[in-house]
Each structure stands twice: as C-alpha cells, then as structure tokens.
Design a protein around this ligand. Sequence first.
Ligand SMILES: [Zn+2]
Length: 813
Amino acid sequence: MKYPKIIVFCFVLMSFLSAAQTKVYQSEKEKIHDLVHTKLNVDFNFGNKTMNGEAWITAKPHFYSINFITLDAKAMLIHQVSMNSIPLKYTYDDGLKLIINLPKTYKRDEEFTIYIKYTAQPEKVYQKGSVSITSAKGLYFINADGSEKNKPTQIWTQGETEASSCWFPTIDAPNQKTSQEIYITVPDKFVTLSNGALISKTKKGKNRTDYWKFDQKHAPYLFFMGIGEYEIIKDSYQNIPINYYVEKEFAPYAKDIFGLTPEMMGFFSDKLGVAYPWNSYSQIVGRDYVSGAMENTTAVMHGEQAYQKPGQLIDENIQENTIAHELFHHWFGDLVTAESWSNLTLNESFANYSEYLWREYKYGKVNAEMHFYENIDAYLKGQNQDKNLVRYTYEDKEDMFDLVSYNKGGAILHMLRTYVGDEAFFLGLKQYLNTYKYQVAEVHQLRLIFENLTGKDLNWFFNQWYFGAGHPNIEISYDYNTLRKTVTVNINQLQTDAFKFPFAIDIFEGTKRTRHRVFVEGKDASFTFPYTKQPNLIQVNADGSLICEINENKVLSDFIFQLKHADNYAHRREAFLEVAKRQEDKDAFNAVVEALDDTSYKIRILALQQIDLINKFSKKDVIQKIMNIANTDVKTLVQAEAINTLGKLTDPELKPIFEKGLQSKSYSVLGKALVSLYYVDKPAAIAKSKQLPDEVRKILATPLTRIFIEENDESELPFVAKSVLSGMYLTGDDSSKVLFQKAFKQISETNNSEAIQNLVDDMIEKGNQFKGFNFDKVVINLMRDMIKEQQKANKPNRERNIEIIKTGMARLL
Ligand SMILES: [Zn+2]
C-alpha cells in the first residue's frame, strides 16, 4: 500500500491522538482453522449503499479437532447460515464475530463448506483502518445516487488491514490464504474488476453477472472488487495480460501513465529469478480513494493522482514509483505475506526498495540515489525514530504503516545488499520467495535464509536494524601524521547504544579517489590509512548506504571539493547547500555555476533556485548559460526552473525566452513561463492565462493563482478557490503553501459568492474524504476563520456568504 500525500500532514495528528494508549504484545493470529476456498455471489443496493451477499466458505481445522468456527463479519445482517441446506446455529452478538456451531467435530485437514446469506452494510462499520481512522468500511460506494455532478458512480474495496470482513465473512488475518470465485452482478453499463481471470459475463435484463475466478491462494485483505464506467486499455508481458482501467478522458493516455508496467514485470522477474507468479495484472484508478494505491493481487487500485496528462508526464510521472511498488508487492506481500502486522516490513520495506531497484535499472545510479536520499531524509525528519522495524508492541496495527516500515525498512534492505553483495542479496531473495511462496513468513525466516546462504551470522544486523530502533549519530575527526604520511579517521558514536556497521571511506588525493571499506565494532573506532599526496577530502559513508547522521567540521574549500567530486548524490547535495550560502566568495559562486551542469537534475534545479545573480561575479555569460539551460536541458523540470530563475531578473530583454516557453508541451515550463512573462508584460500574461483551456488551467492552478492573487483579480477567485485547499495541505512546496494561504485569505474576505461556494464545496468533499485523518476538523476551523473574515470585511454579500459557509459547516459536523 502507498499513502496519499495528506499523510505527511496527518501523521502529526495521528501520533498525537494515539499517544495515551498502552502497548500490548501483538501476536500472530492463532490459526484454529485454515481457509481453503471462498466463493461469493454479490449484487448492490445503490440507494442505501449495501451489498447482498452469499458466501460459501470452505475451511478445515488447522491442527486440533473442533466443532465450531469463528468468522470475522463486520456490521452485517446475517440471514442464513447452513451446511448442505441444513441450518446451523450461530451467534452474532457483537456484530463483529460470527460464531457458527458445526454439525460435528472436524478433525485436522477435514474440509467443510458453510453457506452464509447476508447483507453487508459498510456505512455501519466503524473501525480504525490504515487508511482512515474512523471509516475503514472495506466497501466504498462513490456517488452512489449520482447526485454529485462531474463525478462518476463507482464501487471499490479496500481490504488492508482487516476490512475485507466488512463485505464478506472470512478469517480476516494476514496469515490466512484462500482461493476465490466471485459472481458480481451490476447494471450492464458498468465494468467490473476482481482478482484473477474474468471467466464469463451473463446478461440478465438490464444487469449483467461477471464471474471472476482466482485459483491461487492469497490473503483475505488482498481481495478486490472495482466497479464503474471504465475503458479497459490492453497491454501484455509475454503471455500475461495487463489491463489499465481508466475513465474515458484518460483512455488515450493510459499507456503513457502505466505503460512501463510490462518492462517492470520483466525486470523484477529477472532480478528476483522468480517469474511473475500470477496469470494477469490489472490496474484501476478509483475516485475518492482513501489511500495512495493498494496491491490487491492482480487487481491494483490507484488513487486519482495517477491521472496525468501528457503535459505533466513529460515533466515527471508522479505515479511511476507507486506502479513499481504495487507490482513488487506481487512477490513481497501477495506471494509471501507477512504473518502479522508486526512483520509488515516483509511487505512494505521490500515494496519501498523496489522503487530504488527500478530507478537504478531504468535511469541509473544517480537517479536511484536521489530517490534513496529523499526516503531517508523523510525518515530522519520524521517522528518515529524510536520505533523498531519489527514491532510486537504497536498500539494499533495501523501505526505500522509509517516511515519506519516503508522508508527506513527500504534503506535497511539496501544496507543488507551492500553488506552481503549483489549476488548473495538477490539469490537470498529468490530462496526466500521459493521457500515461502503461497505461505506467510516472519523476519527470522528472512534472516535464516541469508545466514544459510552466506555462511555469515547476521544476528547483529537483524537485532539492531529489525528488532531495534534508531541509527548511528556519528562524530568524525581526523589526525594527520605528515611525517609518516598517514591519516587516522576517528569515528565516535554519540547515541546511547553502539551500532556495528560496515563503513565506506573515500580518500581523495587530488581527484584520485581511493575507497576503503572498514567495519566499525564499538562506540569509538579509529582507522589509519596511508597516502602519498596530502588528501584534499575524506568522505565518510562514501557510498551513502549507512542510515546515520554525521557531524564533522568542514570548511568551505572542503565543501567546494565535495560538490565537485563526491561520488554520492547526498554528499554533493549536502555540499551544494553549504557552498550556496557563501556565494560572496568567488570560488563558491563558481562552484554553484558549475553545479548547473551536475549529473543530478535535482542539483541542477537547486543551483538554479539558489544561484545569486545579483552577485558581483555574475556575468552576462552566466545568464547566457541559464538561457541555454532553459532551451536545451534534457529535463523539462530543469528548463522550467531556468525560466523561473530568469523571470526573477524581470528583464524585458528575456521576454522571447518566456514567450517560447509558452509554446512548450511541458506544463511546468508553461507555468513558469507564464509567471515570468507576467513580471515583464502583465497584459500578455493575463491574456494568455485566460485563453488556456480549462483542463490546462486546472493543472496550472499554482502559477495561475500566483498571477491572479498578485493582480487581485476578483473575477478569477472562483477558479482559484477550487485549488486552495489542495495547495495549502495536499501538494506542493512551502512557497506554494504560502501562496495558497494568501489566496485563502483573499477568498475569505471576498464579496464573490461563487468563490466562497467553490471553496466550501471543496472543503466538504475533502473534509469527508479525509475524515479519518481528522481533516474535517481542520476544515471546520478554516470555515470559522472565513466567517470572522466575512464579518470584518463587511461587504454587500456578507450575509449570503456567511450562510453558504454555515450550511457547509453543518454538512461536516
Ligand atoms: Zn505498499
């Protein structure tokens, strides 16, 4: 699973809310029965958002003989429970557990099938889900009554963590595996998606029944149904059909968005030495999805952020990492499943690391390093550093879906790979998959695979990284002995408990780089290396693989050298930020200019953002260089940033560059060109802004808002209003957040009722969608502020506007 962006904001709220609870040991769920097969027959009541279901559950005692079975079934109406048409006695007092008396005592491996007729009532389920605290309903009806204009009617399910039992009775635990068949009856205009293969479609009047069959076994949380008016775009990898379910508007771009899937499938199959284990692969985009994406076996669900137009995709496919992540789960998570949520790392850390693997293969080392850096940076800035990767005492299973299980876990796999070597790492993964396929695993089983394979004891590694928390906080110092021509690197760990780790140290003699690999055993360690020429720089953690914080004293000349020569992106980035602070120094300024050519496009962007063109060293040729970048950089995101940099000069002579940018296919270039043009030719930029087609205006909301807010253009406030909430909370960098806060203030004071209405409509929608993250409360507070501003501004439409806000508030309270 992948989180939506709002999580970054909401992690804070969530950890605050759960702070007071006590911790208990969270065991693997006891296996009293094993699920064998699940057959379902379902249709829907769109009016009251319920589902009529029939289930045939085949199970057997796991070991001990037993005469009853307990199934998870949340908030259902149970109409009948029987075996071979003979009714069975059951209790269902709490609306959570269906306890069924069997007609006899069943022995180990003695299978039986129970029939249950029921109604699923997802709107009546209130449990804490990994995607939403208050409303993990399992089954979601989107615009069920068709009353929301511009939104299609859809149904989709979200099983993880334990919400599949909101729509069918099952043993809702990750250590169960079952094959499945589902008969789904829907109005004929809809298509359906479920796990496995669509075997048949049968028309019945205005309805149609689709029969989906999945013969391999997987965990109940991976069951999926998706229903709606979709175009199905076909693709394939070898003999495996790959389908993309998208709404009509995006059908022409489905392959631009998802088209790397076959190549990813081939790459992962080859890299793991285990062929893609299932017989189909579909991806569907759902409206109002409560998470980022979900790895339902052969039926992956993506949120609306996957929908991108060519003008966005040319800049960056923001869903590409997620596409890789969910696909990789089809080995790690779906084929071999974490036996309990405590062991979630066996699913999520691998899926996270697949993003690195894919980028390394497809775009090279530097690109992968940028991704790695951002992952680790998010973990280091996060709040869960005291949490173990494997956590048997979590407060709530939903807390497991955090920056430790994902980001840190992915980086730990990279450390393991660096330590055991590529051949052992990928062979180990292959053995792990082959040993535990269609089964579940816990982390010790992964450790034992690697220990057997490499002959190395790995307890130290797993104890500190999997069963422990934190990371080394290291102080580095150097002692030179110029007589003997040696340098001693002193490594001092500042945190309480010492870590053991392999450590890469680069010594630069001129531009000659020598890499030394050492092993740090204790809190204080020293390593002495010979040199022939006084070293220019010593770079510790040279390969960037160790998760750590490093403190050392470096001077400007060190950073300039590091920026030019360090091997790893993170080190060049670190150096750049230091050098950029000192551009009054000529060498520093020149190094920033040189960074405009860095192999990492993110450093090129940083250099464009931070270069000081007011600087006395800045010459016409630097501006000329930036003009060239605006026209020719291989990344359109860099071109856009170059235009933005030139825009800040507000030089009318640069106007032709901005006008050229307006012709670009890239929306980022177009957006920056518009804003830059605005500062040298306002009428031309405003005219162009108003001419753009609506769909482009929507995507360019940020640059356009910049112009309209600056202009104080009341007539455009209804347009601006639609993006304010996303701009403030869901996307973008700090500078656009400030912009949208300003926009929010302007709308709060406006007389323009259409703008007020648009903002309130968006607040109701997002408040409800992210209620689980308490976003409704955030929105209600914003509404209160709006009312105050309206009262203060005292404009003609005041009463009407306050009424609009209050009506909206009532719909959220
Ligand atoms: Zn995931």
